[in-house]
Design a protein around this ligand. Structure first.
Ligand code: GLU
Length: 372
């Protein structure tokens, strides 16, 4: 019988190919069997499976380059192979699977987001394992999430998941690159993902030892703020999924924040990209962060970007740190005229009556871990 505990498991290409060029079937059998065991223990499992491009490359008996069009072709070929393989492996255990191919556009628009959420809910209700990937064959860079770590955090929010597992070729986050530094220590638990933690991951496209950790931290940060625990562990470790669940696996766990967010705020956190920034004074930051206030024009010192009313924008502290995200009630041209003004002076400055606040509290999600 299904329970409401939902787990999203992201399997990176390096896990699915066991470091080689082809999908490693014994590895996939092993992972499918672990997922089946987890289901038997009362979890509803959602997979975010990479490997489409790798499978496509392996399927063609010729050298294929790395242009966008070539990779899109490989994804189109490989995605079919990938889902076919998962389907045949799960069918050994009498488990049905479903394919869901998403892009950022599917979560940016609120009605598409709710639609995708309904599909996931129905699949889980019918005990089917959703297997998700980015729709790489057609997604242009503007609408791409770009990596399956961030995609899996979005999926975890969509599915209202309790846990997110990121299975990769490393046991977790280390104090230094373990391949270069023998003293590197695995960090077992991370609270807030602050700048020091982010610095440990290095930038994107770093050496083998830390490559991919930056997007994993982004995913863990999104999940953490939405109240979802994330664990990073090594996918090649025998029984890794059960061992994570029982706390035996070598891993890094990112604790979740307690403050539960309503569905709309979770959506704000997961999907839409920000079209601009509002720089706020200390008073406004403290009112928004500690007093649960809406953002008023008076507290805005400057802005950047071109945006329309209803767009998602960032709130930045005087030092430029992103503190919150919210849906703005004025467009950027209007805000240029009213920044710094008292609410009573706004209609004079604009020549018409605008909204009372620049971002209403209900349209705002805090990114700092500050008690509200
Ligand atoms: N969607 C890509 C694939 O299936 C993988 C992207 C990623 O691993 O971040 O090949």
């Amino acid at each position: 019988m299904a329970t409401n505990k939902v787990i999203v498991i992201k399997l990176g290409t390096s896990v699915l190919t066991a470091g080689g060029a082809l999908l490693n079937k014994p590895r996939l059998v092993e992972l499918a069997s672990q997922c089946v065991e987890l289901r038997a223990a009362g979890w509803q499992v959602i997979l975010v499976s990479s490997g489409a491009v790798a499978a496509g490359r392996a399927a063609l008996d010729e050298e294929i380059g790395n242009s966008i069009a070539e990779k899109q072709m490989l994804a189109a070929i490989g995605q079919g192979q990938l889902i076919h393989l998962w389907q045949s492996l799960f069918s050994i255990f009498d488990v049905s699977v479903a394919q869901l191919l998403l892009t950022r556009a599917d979560v940016e628009d609120r009605s598409r987001y709710l639609n995708a959420r309904d599909t996931l809910t129905q699949l889980l209700r019918h005990d089917v394992v959703p297997i998700i990937n980015e729709n790489d064959a057609v997604a242009t860079s503007e609408i791409k999430v770009g990596d399956n770590d961030n995609l899996s955090a979005m999926v975890a929010i969509l599915a209202n998941a309790d846990r997110l597992l990121l299975l990769t070729d490393q046991s977790g986050l280390f104090t230094a690159d373990p391949r270069q530094n023998p003293d590197a220590r695995l960090i077992e638990t991370v609270g807030e993902i602050n700048e020091q933690i982010i610095a440990l991951a290095g930038g994107t496209g770093t050496s083998l030892g830390t490559g991919g950790m930056a997007t994993k931290l982004q995913a863990a940060q999104i999940a953490q703020r939405a109240g979802i625990e994330t664990v990073i562990a090594k996918g090649s470790e025998p029984n890794v999924i059960a061992n994570i669940q029982s706390g035996l696996a070598k891993s890094t766990k990112f604790i979740r924040f307690d403050a539960p967010l309503d569905g709309r705020k979770k959506w704000l956190l997961s999907g839409p990209r920000c079209s601009g920034s509002l720089f706020c004074d200390e008073g406004a930051i403290s009112a928004v962060c500690s007093q649960g206030a809406s953002l008023l024009a008076k507290g805005i010192t400057d802005l950047s970007g071109q945006f329309k009313r209803g767009d998602l924008i960032e709130l930045r502290s005087p030092e430029g740190k992103v503190i919150a995200k919210g849906l703005v009630a004025f467009d950027s041209q209007e805000l240029q005229k009213i920044k710094g003004l008292h609410s009573a002076d706004i209609s004079d400055a604009l020549g018409y009556q605008g909204a009372n606040v620049v971002i209403h509290r209900d349209d705002l999600v805090l990114l700092e871990h500050i008690a509200t």
